[in-house]
Design a protein. Sequence first.
Length: 592
Amino acid sequence: MIAFLRWLRDVALGTLTGIAKFAFFVVLVIIGLFIAALVEGDGLPQRMVLNLDFRNVPPDSSHAATFLTPRTPPTMDTVLALDRAGRDSRVKGVFLQVGGGLPVAQAEEISAALVRFRATGRFVIAYAQGFNDTGLGDYLTAASADQIWMMPKSPFGPSGTGAGAIFLKGLFDKINAVPQIVKRADFKSAADMYMEKDYTGPDRVQTTAFLQSWYNSAVKAIAASRRLPAKTVSGMIDADPQFAEDALRAHLVDRLGFDGQAKDAAKTRAGGRSKLVTLGEYARATESESEAGSGPQVALIEGTGEIVDGQSGRSGFGGSENMAGDDYADAFLSAARNRNIKAILFRIDSPGGSVTASNQILEALKEAKAAGKPVIVSMGPLAASGGYYVATAADKIVAEPATLTGSIGVLTGKVSFGKSAQMIGVTADDIGIGRNALMDSAVTPYTADQLANLNHQADVIYADFMHKVADGRKLPFATVQNIAKGRVWTGADALPRGLVDELGTFWTAVGDVKTLIGVTPDTRVVFRRYPEKAGFFETLVGLLSGSAVGMRGMEGLAVLLNRPGVQETIRAIDAGTPHAPVELRAVNLPVQ
């Protein structure tokens, strides 16, 4: 027994010694990286061209500083990084690659950021191995460059804007499934795929309208950028698909060549021994500059994805991309409590979701306003249904011309599959205590009383939604009733109806913030991002949360490493480490 206890002691001491050695090794590595960061600064070359690769469509923003960092950073990271690059004497220009099928609204934001970058005296060269997508977003982005290059004999295919949908009602009829969806009102089409066999009349009207609006906005912007008549641009779109040589003759592109030749042209234009640096590398190396300086501080709250109840469970290893009610309410209240914050800029890219979470976020926005913080909303590609609900009380709403917004409506319901299972010899049954205990059961349809109850819920929430819009937007209730009905509007169509205040991009909203806080247009503001992104060490703490000792040790290490002097080291590690409720939901929208 004594020998066994000694053996356990030796094992325990050996394990503890191993842990101590590992911890000491980690500290040594961190110290080494810290010293290297001090010596090398941010590690970027003294003359560079930034490479923006949009052959993958990025999200508008991201909650997590993921270790498996995608090649293309989120749009908002790109916008802020280009702003820093415009003040960085080492950055001479941008080499832009397109071809992933950017939506028009996203292209508007990126194009505006590139034009703003060019206004500082720098250049942008765009390159496409082919405009393969039939949508107009890729070419709209490329048109903001000084020059557009294409690979010889590659396709030039921007052909317009389009949408499509799949309808399951015929299948449900064959398998005896029973869809029961309640919607307010006629244009609320997210669940039409379950209830219909084709586009409804109202949905066909709204879809045609926003496709036309996208087309008009894109053609107008392309014509202005390329200095061509709008009719010429429309004519070329109608002639597509064509080839690069046809686009060159029509002055829609400037040069033909391969990617290596285009990159060499960009580096030659930059002069000296310039190097190509990815925007992701540049964004990570200079990220702290967004929160540095002596200008007025503005809280930047980036809301992306579905609106859900509770917390999002964000982590540096990815995590879900959504707007969790607890997280975003806390973000507004934290910004409101910070005396250094002068205003809040709320960026939204969301199709909506939970009614309760939307209400929670809206109430926190109102509390921030009551605390004296002006709130400006910048809408990204999508701010509809719940995504519009959370914006209604803002001091000002800025939308891009192609933003999809509105969708002031409600939907709820279920599809019952009890009879479907019987077709293959499977039986299903439920037992519930309480008349409506099984109301959400997927086995049996609603009773008449349950369906009446569901309609009542939809009526109450729909009326409340419209009242919030009327109050927040200072519109007559009758006007809101007319423009609601679950209808989606583009920013260009929402403006004359009073749903938004101004057309523009993120920097338009920043200009409005400056006006509200009483500073000059050329004053540089300092952004504080909320909710904070989860980084490497926060993630590691979460993974070790089952061990109190391990968690305390990692929290102590995180506190040490969160000191300003070692932030570059942490970024270096992040860069190199693998890393039937009632809903306010927009339609299943296309991304042309």
